[in-house]
Design a protein around this ligand. Structure first.
Ligand code: PFF
Length: 451
């Protein structure tokens, strides 16, 4: 049996799991969803989703990981040997791998924009749409940045759980929070502050439809990194005294606060420039914002330079802490199940991801004509992993912990063998048995019908 690492401190546990959760989804996706779906009305629905679905599913993943101290596939096998429940573990490892392959491409873009921003390339008078298109369709530039990014992740992973993941989370998460604080303070002084805030915070319940509610559930899943084997693997490194419920609540709180604060940064900037559309999705970060930073600070270019540089650094750090949590489930699996050394396992994952990642990146440029079901490779990976496998994995986790696992085992894990007084255990079980799987099944059907 391979020697297993473990987290060394409670704060390390929370920061590592929060590092996984806080990612690109918080910085651009959450504010865009809020802007398009009724402002504060969406925020309220999102909070309910986090509370009643996100936290129970996260606790369930923690239960699976901590009770077995094994990689995700090993964990399901230990808890339900020789049954089809094993699919839950296989799904976790596979989905992490496939999401990782294209996550590193977008992360490479954030690295490029951070470098370009500090090198002052984004302040020149240029068409940012053309700039972005030229960059992503280039056969080598995004690949180089993705490979450099991947090597950064690799170096952290090979150092192990405590010296790699925990240490870098303890360093990067406070940096990330500090950058957010600086950017929020800067945004107070922007001319579009009041308008931006009211756009984001004015509740417009007329926009709330079933689709909006379902997209809030989907956003909660994505943002909290649920059903990807990441949190389950991290939980396998938790100590016996880690309070699972409290950790899930702290991670969800940090993740939600970061998402809301990113809205406080983006909307005042967007509303400081006339004629710019706020609800633009991915293009917002790489096309609209460089333009906005340029115009909004044209009187004080130095502040614009610092603001833009810090903003892309924030994106980069959030991508990095999330990316390591996508690498780890696959590395842990190869290390423990294939009996490779951790170093070899990590090398194999890194190489595999680089190969598939390069194919994904080229599929946006020179290989764009190669399509499967009408989708280029990048979109295919995104669609199959995020829209199909992920919700199915979520349902399996809920049904597994809610119905299959021995209730006493779940109780023991949640209460640390009776040492903690947990008042909401029955409510937790009800949410995991009924509310969460039904809600996820509805998103799944909705996504399929809309695609
Ligand atoms: N939770 C991350 C975000 O909000 O961007 C995305 C993510 C990270 C998804 C890690 C999956 C994962 F395993």
């Amino acid at each position: 049996m391979a020697h297993r690492g473990s987290f060394g401190s409670k704060i390390g546990v929370v920061l590592a799991a929060a590092g996984s959760a806080v990612g690109l989804g918080n910085v651009w996706r959450f504010p865009t969803e809020v802007g398009n779906n009724g402002g504060a009305a969406f925020i309220l629905i999102y909070l309910a989703c986090v509370l009643f679905i996100g936290i129970p599913v996260m606790v369930s993943e923690f239960v699976i990981g901590r009770s077995t101290h094994a990689n995700t596939i090993g964990a399901f096998r230990k808890l339900a040997p020789k049954t089809w429940w094993r699919i839950g573990g296989i799904e976790g490892v596979f989905v992490a791998f496939f999401i990782f392959c294209y996550y590193i491409i977008v992360s490479g873009w954030t690295l490029h924009y951070t470098v370009a921003s500090f090198a002052n390339h984004l302040t020149a008078d240029q068409d940012y749409k053309v700039y972005f298109q030229d960059f992503v369709t280039s056969p080598w530039e995004p690949v180089v940045y993705a490979v450099v990014f991947m090597l950064m992740v690799h170096v952290i992973i090979v150092r192990g759980v405590q010296n790699g993941i925990e240490r870098c989370s303890k360093l990067m998460m406070p940096m990330l929070l500090l950058i957010i604080a600086v950017l929020v303070i800067c945004s107070f002084s922007m001319s579009g502050f009041t308008e931006g805030m009211s756009f984001m915070l004015r509740p417009d319940f007329s926009k709330v439809t079933t689709t909006v509610v379902l997209s809030a559930v989907g956003q909660a899943f994505y943002s909290l990194s649920l059903a990807m084997g990441c949190l389950c693997t991290y939980a396998s490194y938790f100590g016996p005294d880690t309070n699972l419920t409290k950790t899930a609540m702290s991670v969800s709180l940090i993740d939600t606060c970061v998402a809301v604060l990113c809205g406080f940064i983006i909307f005042p900037a967007v509303f400081s420039v006339p004629g710019v559309e706020p609800g633009e999705g991915p293009g917002l970060v790489f096309i609209t914002l460089p333009h906005v930073f340029n115009i909004a600070f044209h009187n004080v270019p130095l502040i614009g330079y610092v603001f833009s540089g810090l903003f892309y650094l924030l994106l980069l750090l959030s991508a990095l802490t999330s990316a390591i949590s996508l690498h780890e489930p696959v590395t842990a699996y190869l290390h423990e199940e294939w009996h490779l050394s951790r170093h070899r396992a990590a090398c194999l994952v890194t190489l595999g991801c680089i190969l598939l990642g390069v194919a994904c990146s080229l599929s946006m440029g020179v290989w764009n004509d190669f399509r499967i079901f009408g989708l280029c490779l990048f979109d295919l990976f995104d669609f199959v992993s995020a829209k199909i496998i992920l919700p199915l994995g979520g349902i399996i986790i809920c049904l597994f912990v809610g119905w299959k696992l021995d209730r006493q085992l779940v109780y023991d894990e949640v209460t640390n063998r009776g040492a903690l007084r947990i008042r909401f255990f029955r409510l937790y079980l009800f949410l995991v048995r009924w509310v969460a799987p039904i809600a996820i099944a509805l998103i799944f059907i909705n996504e399929l019908l809309n695609s």
